[in-house]
Design a binder for this molecule. Sequence first.
Ligand SMILES: [Zn+2]
Length: 91
Amino acid sequence: MSKAQANQEVAKIIERAINISKPKPELSKKLIKKAKRIAMHHHMKIPEEYKNTFCKKCFTIFNSKNSKIRIKNKLKTITCLSCNFKQRKRL
Ligand SMILES: [Zn+2]
């Protein structure tokens, strides 16, 4: 698998995980883990557009019910309500 292919594969898996996160949250977590594994194997990062779609710690796909978003001092903080992990992003 080339790097470009791996990149596509990672995006595809995350896309799928997001789609099934509501009916099958456990399966979506597994998919995120798989995507991370592929990304790590190819020494690449999770694409920027997907970085804030799931919790880095427990791999829960965020929705309005399981996450809290706060914006303060040009810093966006997403709190995962299932494990309480906070991830921050500079705006
Ligand atoms: Zn979490």
